[in-house]
Design a binder for this molecule. Sequence first.
Ligand code: G6P
Length: 377
Amino acid sequence: QVADKRHFRHFMLKEIHEQPETAELWVARHLPPDLSSDEPVALPLDHSFYADLERIQILACGTSRHAALVGAYLLEQFAGIPTSVFYASEFRYAPPPLAPHTLTIGVTQSGETADTLAALTMDAQRRQAHGEPAFAPRQLGVTNRPESSLTRQVPYILDIGAGIEVGVAATKTFLGQLLAFYGLALAFAARRRQRSLSEIASLKDELRALPDQLRSLVELHDQRCEVLANRFADTQDVIFLGRGINYPIALEGALKLKEISYIHAEGYPAGEMKHGPIALLDARVPVVSIAMPGVVFEKVLSNAQEAKARDAKLIGVAPECPDTALFDALLPVPEVSEWISPLLTLVPIQLLSYHIAAHRGLDVDQPRNLAKSVTVE
Ligand code: G6P
């Protein structure tokens, strides 16, 4: 595969624009029109993968860990399985006590990240050493590189099929990883009868509508964020706030901005802002607030109001409605079910970071000190 920027200024921008296609391919593979009615989603996983499963632990680094956090929200809240997420580099040296009937998922787009591979090896070794079948290693890899070292190491693989990603900052592979977790959440929720048939069907309908929604969102926000980026010319700190299923998108927004624009940014669960970051706020610190209708909508808006009261400039990633009139600038996202919302809120977050960095004339695709995959500890 030869990488070609086409008419885009950077690979990262091209890859952001490829996300509707990533979603289209995922839908075609995993929610094909001929899917039988008793099968929630088509996944390459057999019965023994699902049997007697009581908990899940997910190991990952960087952006992949943020996808894992959304995944854990879905697996717990939609599918009802206790799920924990670990930094692979921490898990290696301080794993939790071994628990039976556990699935370990390693998420790595490159399939080569040393910390993630070593954490998976350590998990498999100590499970084998335990000897009892209930503790046997059951591992799944989620990757964009099915030919990678990860695949040789774990028995089950979900290939996210996002195509080659050149930009060091992950974008379309993040979307692909998220979609892998939507697939797993559908499969587990249906098998465990955690969700009604109509809840499952409605999530599937929303996923099928995703490619078209992404197409219009990418076009819209490419323009809006380019204009908005001018306002960040002298910015030194940015706070990203989100809650619930969109909290990891706030983390990802902060990570993207740090990686490519070198602006200090923090992602915080909005309710926690009062316990520290609020001290940083003044008119020079923009706050990006992800406020999507759902369990915590009013709460996020009131957290944004608190930031506004400290003169912070508020940028909302939220639907256009009277409730969101408090934002100084709005990056509008259509009102969808809360379950699906991270798949849309990620678009303005990526494009805002991209345009801020591009506006500063930085090397967006090859940021300083970073590598596409980190194969050393
Ligand atoms: C590097 C990249 C990040 C990426 C992380 C994990 O640090 O700069 O963008 O998220 O590795 O990569 P992986 O291939 O394991 O997903």
